[in-house]
Design a protein around this ligand. Structure first.
Ligand SMILES: Cc1cc2nc3c(=O)[nH]c(=O)nc-3n(C[C@H](O)[C@H](O)[C@H](O)COP(=O)(O)O)c2cc1C
Ligand code: SF4
Length: 371
Protein backbone atom coordinates (compact mmCIF):
# COMPACT_ATOMS: atom_id res chain seq x y z
CA UNK A 1 0.00 0.00 0.00
CA UNK A 2 1.23 3.49 -0.78
CA UNK A 3 2.37 5.46 2.26
CA UNK A 4 -0.21 8.07 1.19
CA UNK A 5 -2.94 5.71 2.31
CA UNK A 6 -1.43 4.88 5.69
CA UNK A 7 -3.30 6.31 8.66
CA UNK A 8 -1.87 9.21 10.63
CA UNK A 9 -2.59 10.68 14.05
CA UNK A 10 -2.98 14.45 14.38
CA UNK A 11 -3.63 15.57 17.94
CA UNK A 12 -6.35 13.17 19.06
CA UNK A 13 -7.61 12.61 15.51
CA UNK A 14 -7.05 9.33 13.73
CA UNK A 15 -7.05 10.08 10.00
CA UNK A 16 -7.45 7.32 7.43
CA UNK A 17 -4.92 8.68 4.97
CA UNK A 18 -2.43 11.52 4.41
CA UNK A 19 -4.63 13.78 2.32
CA UNK A 20 -5.86 17.14 3.58
CA UNK A 21 -8.26 19.12 1.44
CA UNK A 22 -6.86 22.58 1.87
CA UNK A 23 -9.41 25.28 2.73
CA UNK A 24 -11.36 26.31 -0.36
CA UNK A 25 -13.76 29.25 -0.60
CA UNK A 26 -16.66 28.21 -2.84
CA UNK A 27 -18.80 31.38 -3.16
CA UNK A 28 -21.86 29.49 -1.92
CA UNK A 29 -22.87 31.40 1.21
CA UNK A 30 -25.31 34.27 1.52
CA UNK A 31 -24.31 37.83 2.37
CA UNK A 32 -24.31 36.99 6.09
CA UNK A 33 -22.18 33.89 5.69
CA UNK A 34 -24.97 31.30 6.03
CA UNK A 35 -24.23 28.06 4.24
CA UNK A 36 -26.92 26.07 2.40
CA UNK A 37 -27.55 22.57 1.13
CA UNK A 38 -25.11 23.02 -1.81
CA UNK A 39 -22.21 23.53 0.63
CA UNK A 40 -23.21 20.45 2.62
CA UNK A 41 -23.47 18.37 -0.58
CA UNK A 42 -20.08 19.55 -1.81
CA UNK A 43 -18.37 18.64 1.44
CA UNK A 44 -20.20 15.30 1.73
CA UNK A 45 -18.93 14.42 -1.74
CA UNK A 46 -15.32 15.01 -0.66
CA UNK A 47 -15.81 12.84 2.42
CA UNK A 48 -17.39 10.06 0.34
CA UNK A 49 -14.37 10.28 -1.94
CA UNK A 50 -11.94 9.41 0.85
CA UNK A 51 -10.30 12.76 1.66
CA UNK A 52 -8.62 12.07 5.02
CA UNK A 53 -9.19 15.53 6.49
CA UNK A 54 -11.42 18.20 4.98
CA UNK A 55 -10.88 21.87 5.82
CA UNK A 56 -13.84 24.13 5.01
CA UNK A 57 -13.48 27.41 3.15
CA UNK A 58 -12.49 30.31 5.39
CA UNK A 59 -15.23 31.69 7.62
CA UNK A 60 -15.13 35.19 9.11
CA UNK A 61 -15.31 35.60 12.86
CA UNK A 62 -16.66 39.17 12.63
CA UNK A 63 -18.38 41.09 9.82
CA UNK A 64 -15.44 43.49 9.80
CA UNK A 65 -13.31 40.58 8.54
CA UNK A 66 -15.42 39.63 5.47
CA UNK A 67 -13.61 39.66 2.13
CA UNK A 68 -15.92 38.04 -0.48
CA UNK A 69 -19.66 38.76 -0.06
CA UNK A 70 -20.48 35.04 -0.36
CA UNK A 71 -17.81 33.55 1.89
CA UNK A 72 -18.75 31.48 4.94
CA UNK A 73 -19.40 33.14 8.29
CA UNK A 74 -19.27 31.91 11.88
CA UNK A 75 -19.77 35.27 13.54
CA UNK A 76 -22.79 34.30 15.66
CA UNK A 77 -24.63 31.33 17.12
CA UNK A 78 -27.35 31.32 14.42
CA UNK A 79 -24.85 29.65 12.11
CA UNK A 80 -24.43 26.56 14.26
CA UNK A 81 -27.42 24.45 13.03
CA UNK A 82 -26.41 24.58 9.34
CA UNK A 83 -22.85 23.60 10.16
CA UNK A 84 -24.19 20.76 12.31
CA UNK A 85 -25.76 19.36 9.14
CA UNK A 86 -22.39 19.60 7.42
CA UNK A 87 -20.50 17.77 10.17
CA UNK A 88 -23.21 15.08 10.38
CA UNK A 89 -22.94 14.50 6.62
CA UNK A 90 -19.18 13.99 6.93
CA UNK A 91 -19.34 11.80 10.04
CA UNK A 92 -22.06 9.63 8.46
CA UNK A 93 -19.43 8.42 5.99
CA UNK A 94 -16.68 8.30 8.63
CA UNK A 95 -14.93 11.44 7.37
CA UNK A 96 -13.21 14.16 9.41
CA UNK A 97 -13.67 17.89 9.04
CA UNK A 98 -12.30 21.07 10.60
CA UNK A 99 -13.40 24.64 10.01
CA UNK A 100 -10.99 27.35 8.97
CA UNK A 101 -11.71 30.66 10.72
CA UNK A 102 -10.40 34.02 9.61
CA UNK A 103 -10.38 37.78 9.76
CA UNK A 104 -9.23 39.47 6.57
CA UNK A 105 -8.09 42.81 8.05
CA UNK A 106 -7.26 45.30 5.30
CA UNK A 107 -8.29 42.67 2.71
CA UNK A 108 -11.90 42.77 4.01
CA UNK A 109 -13.30 43.95 0.71
CA UNK A 110 -16.97 43.49 1.57
CA UNK A 111 -16.60 45.27 4.90
CA UNK A 112 -14.92 48.15 3.03
CA UNK A 113 -17.44 48.35 0.19
CA UNK A 114 -20.61 48.03 2.27
CA UNK A 115 -19.73 50.74 4.76
CA UNK A 116 -18.63 48.29 7.47
CA UNK A 117 -15.93 48.82 10.07
CA UNK A 118 -12.90 48.61 7.79
CA UNK A 119 -9.58 48.32 9.65
CA UNK A 120 -5.88 47.72 9.08
CA UNK A 121 -2.93 46.83 11.30
CA UNK A 122 -1.07 49.90 9.96
CA UNK A 123 -1.51 52.28 7.05
CA UNK A 124 1.19 51.44 4.54
CA UNK A 125 1.88 52.45 0.93
CA UNK A 126 0.64 49.21 -0.60
CA UNK A 127 -2.98 48.86 0.49
CA UNK A 128 -5.83 47.21 -1.41
CA UNK A 129 -7.91 49.77 -3.27
CA UNK A 130 -11.56 49.37 -2.30
CA UNK A 131 -12.35 53.06 -2.73
CA UNK A 132 -11.83 53.76 0.94
CA UNK A 133 -8.91 53.91 3.38
CA UNK A 134 -9.16 51.65 6.44
CA UNK A 135 -8.68 53.04 9.93
CA UNK A 136 -5.84 51.76 12.10
CA UNK A 137 -6.88 49.18 14.68
CA UNK A 138 -6.86 50.32 18.28
CA UNK A 139 -5.93 48.08 21.21
CA UNK A 140 -9.64 47.60 21.87
CA UNK A 141 -10.27 46.54 18.25
CA UNK A 142 -7.47 44.00 18.43
CA UNK A 143 -8.74 42.58 21.73
CA UNK A 144 -12.25 42.34 20.25
CA UNK A 145 -11.02 40.37 17.24
CA UNK A 146 -8.97 38.04 19.46
CA UNK A 147 -12.06 37.37 21.59
CA UNK A 148 -14.14 36.81 18.43
CA UNK A 149 -11.75 34.09 17.23
CA UNK A 150 -12.26 32.32 20.56
CA UNK A 151 -16.05 32.63 20.42
CA UNK A 152 -16.10 31.44 16.82
CA UNK A 153 -14.05 28.38 17.76
CA UNK A 154 -16.56 27.62 20.52
CA UNK A 155 -19.28 27.57 17.82
CA UNK A 156 -17.13 25.35 15.63
CA UNK A 157 -16.89 22.87 18.50
CA UNK A 158 -20.62 23.06 19.20
CA UNK A 159 -21.38 22.42 15.53
CA UNK A 160 -19.57 19.08 15.77
CA UNK A 161 -16.39 19.80 13.83
CA UNK A 162 -13.34 17.66 14.60
CA UNK A 163 -11.14 20.69 15.08
CA UNK A 164 -10.54 24.27 14.07
CA UNK A 165 -7.91 25.82 11.83
CA UNK A 166 -6.71 29.43 12.16
CA UNK A 167 -6.18 31.09 8.79
CA UNK A 168 -2.70 32.43 9.38
CA UNK A 169 -1.63 32.86 5.76
CA UNK A 170 -2.15 34.51 2.35
CA UNK A 171 -1.94 38.13 3.46
CA UNK A 172 -5.02 38.09 5.72
CA UNK A 173 -5.03 39.55 9.22
CA UNK A 174 -2.62 37.10 10.90
CA UNK A 175 -0.18 37.57 7.99
CA UNK A 176 -0.69 41.33 8.19
CA UNK A 177 0.48 41.25 11.81
CA UNK A 178 3.40 38.88 11.12
CA UNK A 179 4.90 40.73 8.18
CA UNK A 180 6.96 43.86 8.94
CA UNK A 181 5.79 45.23 5.58
CA UNK A 182 2.15 45.47 6.68
CA UNK A 183 2.82 45.83 10.42
CA UNK A 184 4.61 49.07 11.20
CA UNK A 185 3.14 49.54 14.64
CA UNK A 186 5.27 50.94 17.41
CA UNK A 187 3.28 49.37 20.26
CA UNK A 188 3.27 45.85 21.72
CA UNK A 189 1.74 44.47 18.47
CA UNK A 190 4.57 45.59 16.17
CA UNK A 191 8.35 45.77 15.86
CA UNK A 192 10.14 42.65 17.13
CA UNK A 193 9.05 39.20 15.99
CA UNK A 194 7.76 38.56 19.51
CA UNK A 195 5.46 41.56 19.13
CA UNK A 196 4.39 40.78 15.57
CA UNK A 197 3.41 37.22 16.52
CA UNK A 198 1.59 38.38 19.66
CA UNK A 199 -1.73 38.66 17.81
CA UNK A 200 -1.54 35.07 16.53
CA UNK A 201 -0.51 33.70 19.91
CA UNK A 202 -3.30 35.61 21.68
CA UNK A 203 -5.78 34.28 19.08
CA UNK A 204 -4.50 30.78 19.76
CA UNK A 205 -4.91 31.22 23.54
CA UNK A 206 -8.36 32.72 23.16
CA UNK A 207 -9.42 29.67 21.13
CA UNK A 208 -7.87 27.25 23.57
CA UNK A 209 -9.59 28.98 26.44
CA UNK A 210 -12.96 28.37 24.75
CA UNK A 211 -12.51 24.84 23.44
CA UNK A 212 -10.28 23.29 26.12
CA UNK A 213 -7.18 21.14 25.85
CA UNK A 214 -8.62 18.23 23.87
CA UNK A 215 -10.05 19.99 20.84
CA UNK A 216 -7.57 20.04 17.93
CA UNK A 217 -6.34 23.52 16.98
CA UNK A 218 -4.46 23.73 13.68
CA UNK A 219 -3.01 26.60 11.74
CA UNK A 220 -2.39 27.34 8.10
CA UNK A 221 0.75 29.37 8.49
CA UNK A 222 2.12 31.78 5.93
CA UNK A 223 5.76 30.95 6.66
CA UNK A 224 7.37 33.55 4.41
CA UNK A 225 6.65 36.59 2.27
CA UNK A 226 7.26 35.90 -1.43
CA UNK A 227 7.97 39.29 -2.94
CA UNK A 228 10.20 40.23 -5.84
CA UNK A 229 12.12 42.59 -3.57
CA UNK A 230 12.95 39.68 -1.23
CA UNK A 231 11.80 41.79 1.75
CA UNK A 232 9.37 40.99 4.46
CA UNK A 233 8.60 38.08 6.75
CA UNK A 234 11.43 35.55 6.49
CA UNK A 235 11.34 31.77 6.68
CA UNK A 236 13.60 31.91 9.74
CA UNK A 237 10.92 33.99 11.44
CA UNK A 238 8.23 31.61 10.15
CA UNK A 239 10.11 28.70 11.71
CA UNK A 240 10.28 30.52 15.07
CA UNK A 241 6.52 31.07 14.94
CA UNK A 242 6.08 27.33 14.32
CA UNK A 243 8.21 26.50 17.38
CA UNK A 244 6.15 28.88 19.51
CA UNK A 245 2.89 27.36 18.26
CA UNK A 246 4.15 23.92 19.23
CA UNK A 247 4.79 25.16 22.79
CA UNK A 248 1.31 26.67 22.85
CA UNK A 249 -0.28 23.32 21.97
CA UNK A 250 -1.12 23.46 18.25
CA UNK A 251 -1.57 20.03 16.68
CA UNK A 252 -0.81 20.62 12.98
CA UNK A 253 0.80 23.31 10.87
CA UNK A 254 -0.13 23.60 7.22
CA UNK A 255 2.74 25.28 5.38
CA UNK A 256 1.84 28.03 2.95
CA UNK A 257 2.83 31.58 2.01
CA UNK A 258 2.38 34.89 3.83
CA UNK A 259 2.17 37.84 1.39
CA UNK A 260 2.83 37.03 -2.25
CA UNK A 261 3.06 39.37 -5.25
CA UNK A 262 1.76 38.52 -8.73
CA UNK A 263 5.10 37.41 -10.16
CA UNK A 264 5.83 35.14 -7.18
CA UNK A 265 2.33 33.67 -7.43
CA UNK A 266 2.94 32.90 -11.08
CA UNK A 267 6.27 31.27 -10.28
CA UNK A 268 5.00 29.32 -7.27
CA UNK A 269 1.49 28.32 -8.12
CA UNK A 270 0.71 28.62 -11.83
CA UNK A 271 1.48 26.29 -14.74
CA UNK A 272 2.51 23.26 -12.69
CA UNK A 273 2.61 20.57 -15.35
CA UNK A 274 5.79 18.66 -14.51
CA UNK A 275 7.05 17.00 -11.35
CA UNK A 276 10.00 19.43 -11.09
CA UNK A 277 7.58 22.32 -10.58
CA UNK A 278 5.54 20.63 -7.89
CA UNK A 279 5.68 21.34 -4.13
CA UNK A 280 6.69 25.00 -4.42
CA UNK A 281 7.08 25.46 -0.65
CA UNK A 282 9.21 22.35 -0.07
CA UNK A 283 12.44 24.25 0.79
CA UNK A 284 10.52 26.23 3.40
CA UNK A 285 8.85 23.08 4.76
CA UNK A 286 12.32 21.58 5.31
CA UNK A 287 13.29 24.56 7.46
CA UNK A 288 10.07 24.41 9.48
CA UNK A 289 10.61 20.65 9.91
CA UNK A 290 13.89 21.43 11.72
CA UNK A 291 12.08 23.82 14.06
CA UNK A 292 9.20 21.65 15.23
CA UNK A 293 8.18 18.05 15.70
CA UNK A 294 4.52 18.90 15.11
CA UNK A 295 2.70 17.16 12.26
CA UNK A 296 3.05 19.27 9.10
CA UNK A 297 0.99 19.38 5.94
CA UNK A 298 2.56 20.93 2.88
CA UNK A 299 0.39 22.77 0.36
CA UNK A 300 1.06 24.32 -3.05
CA UNK A 301 1.20 22.56 -6.40
CA UNK A 302 1.23 18.94 -5.26
CA UNK A 303 0.01 16.89 -8.21
CA UNK A 304 1.72 13.46 -8.50
CA UNK A 305 1.52 10.51 -6.11
CA UNK A 306 5.25 9.78 -6.58
CA UNK A 307 6.28 13.31 -5.51
CA UNK A 308 3.93 13.11 -2.54
CA UNK A 309 5.27 9.72 -1.46
CA UNK A 310 8.84 11.02 -1.54
CA UNK A 311 7.87 13.97 0.64
CA UNK A 312 6.11 11.82 3.23
CA UNK A 313 8.82 9.13 3.21
CA UNK A 314 11.55 11.72 3.72
CA UNK A 315 9.79 12.91 6.87
CA UNK A 316 9.50 16.54 5.73
CA UNK A 317 5.71 16.48 5.91
CA UNK A 318 3.19 14.14 7.49
CA UNK A 319 0.30 15.10 5.26
CA UNK A 320 -0.27 16.44 1.75
CA UNK A 321 -2.64 19.34 1.21
CA UNK A 322 -4.40 19.88 -2.09
CA UNK A 323 -6.97 22.39 -3.25
CA UNK A 324 -7.41 23.00 -6.99
CA UNK A 325 -7.05 19.36 -8.07
CA UNK A 326 -10.14 18.58 -5.97
CA UNK A 327 -12.11 21.36 -7.67
CA UNK A 328 -11.48 19.63 -10.99
CA UNK A 329 -11.64 16.05 -9.71
CA UNK A 330 -13.51 15.67 -6.42
CA UNK A 331 -12.92 11.90 -6.63
CA UNK A 332 -9.14 12.22 -7.11
CA UNK A 333 -8.11 10.53 -3.85
CA UNK A 334 -10.42 7.60 -4.50
CA UNK A 335 -9.00 7.30 -8.03
CA UNK A 336 -5.45 7.10 -6.68
CA UNK A 337 -6.50 4.62 -4.00
CA UNK A 338 -7.97 2.40 -6.69
CA UNK A 339 -4.54 2.31 -8.38
CA UNK A 340 -4.94 4.90 -11.16
CA UNK A 341 -1.78 6.87 -10.35
CA UNK A 342 -1.92 9.43 -13.14
CA UNK A 343 -1.20 12.92 -11.75
CA UNK A 344 -4.05 15.27 -10.96
CA UNK A 345 -5.77 16.57 -14.06
CA UNK A 346 -5.54 20.18 -12.86
CA UNK A 347 -3.06 22.23 -14.93
CA UNK A 348 -2.83 25.02 -12.32
CA UNK A 349 -4.05 27.69 -14.73
CA UNK A 350 -5.59 29.64 -11.86
CA UNK A 351 -8.91 30.09 -13.65
CA UNK A 352 -11.19 28.58 -11.02
CA UNK A 353 -12.63 31.99 -10.08
CA UNK A 354 -15.36 32.76 -12.63
CA UNK A 355 -17.68 35.77 -12.56
CA UNK A 356 -21.00 35.45 -14.40
CA UNK A 357 -22.58 38.35 -16.29
CA UNK A 358 -24.43 39.43 -13.12
CA UNK A 359 -21.13 39.70 -11.29
CA UNK A 360 -21.75 36.57 -9.20
CA UNK A 361 -18.69 34.44 -8.46
CA UNK A 362 -18.63 30.72 -9.30
CA UNK A 363 -15.81 28.44 -8.25
CA UNK A 364 -15.43 25.79 -10.90
CA UNK A 365 -12.83 24.37 -13.25
CA UNK A 366 -12.91 26.31 -16.50
CA UNK A 367 -10.77 23.79 -18.43
CA UNK A 368 -12.66 21.44 -20.70
CA UNK A 369 -12.66 17.77 -19.72
CA UNK A 370 -11.21 15.40 -22.31
CA UNK A 371 -13.67 12.63 -21.57
C1 LIG B 1 -10.94 28.70 -5.41
C2 LIG B 1 -9.94 28.79 -4.29
C3 LIG B 1 -10.37 29.09 -3.01
C4 LIG B 1 -9.45 29.14 -1.95
N1 LIG B 1 -9.90 29.39 -0.68
C5 LIG B 1 -9.04 29.37 0.35
C6 LIG B 1 -9.50 29.54 1.69
O1 LIG B 1 -10.70 29.72 1.96
N2 LIG B 1 -8.56 29.50 2.67
C7 LIG B 1 -7.23 29.24 2.42
O2 LIG B 1 -6.44 29.16 3.35
N3 LIG B 1 -6.79 29.08 1.17
C8 LIG B 1 -7.65 29.11 0.14
N4 LIG B 1 -7.20 28.87 -1.12
C9 LIG B 1 -5.78 28.48 -1.32
C10 LIG B 1 -5.67 26.94 -1.33
O3 LIG B 1 -6.14 26.36 -0.13
C11 LIG B 1 -4.22 26.47 -1.55
O4 LIG B 1 -3.42 26.96 -0.50
C12 LIG B 1 -3.64 26.92 -2.90
O5 LIG B 1 -4.63 26.83 -3.92
C13 LIG B 1 -2.44 26.06 -3.30
O6 LIG B 1 -2.76 24.71 -3.33
P1 LIG B 1 -3.07 23.91 -4.72
O7 LIG B 1 -1.87 24.11 -5.59
O8 LIG B 1 -3.26 22.48 -4.29
O9 LIG B 1 -4.29 24.52 -5.30
C14 LIG B 1 -8.09 28.87 -2.20
C15 LIG B 1 -7.66 28.59 -3.50
C16 LIG B 1 -8.56 28.54 -4.54
C17 LIG B 1 -8.08 28.21 -5.92
S1 SF4 C 1 -9.47 26.09 -13.59
FE1 SF4 C 1 -9.30 23.86 -13.44
S2 SF4 C 1 -7.27 23.36 -14.29
FE2 SF4 C 1 -7.30 25.57 -13.86
S3 SF4 C 1 -6.44 25.74 -11.77
FE3 SF4 C 1 -8.67 25.64 -11.54
S4 SF4 C 1 -9.11 23.44 -11.22
FE4 SF4 C 1 -7.03 23.60 -12.08
Amino acid sequence: MSILFEPVTVGNLELKNRFLRSATYYALSDMDGFIGRDSVDLIRRLAENEVGLIVTGYAYVLKSGQSYPDMNGIQDDDHIPAYQEMTRAVHDVDGRIVMQIAHCGSASETAAKTGGDYMAVSLVDKMPDYGRRPRVMTDADIEKIIAAFGQAAGRVQEAGFDGVQIHGAHGYLVSQFLSPLSNQRQDKWGGSLENRMRFLIEVFRSIKNQVGDNFPIMIKLGCKDYLKSGDGFSIEEGAQVATTLEHEGACLIEISHCNQDASSRKKNLLGITSEENEACFLPEARIVRQATSLPLSIVGGLRSPGVMEDIISSGVSDMISICRPLIREPDLIKRWNKGDRRPADCISCGKCFNLDDKGKMHIQCSQLKED
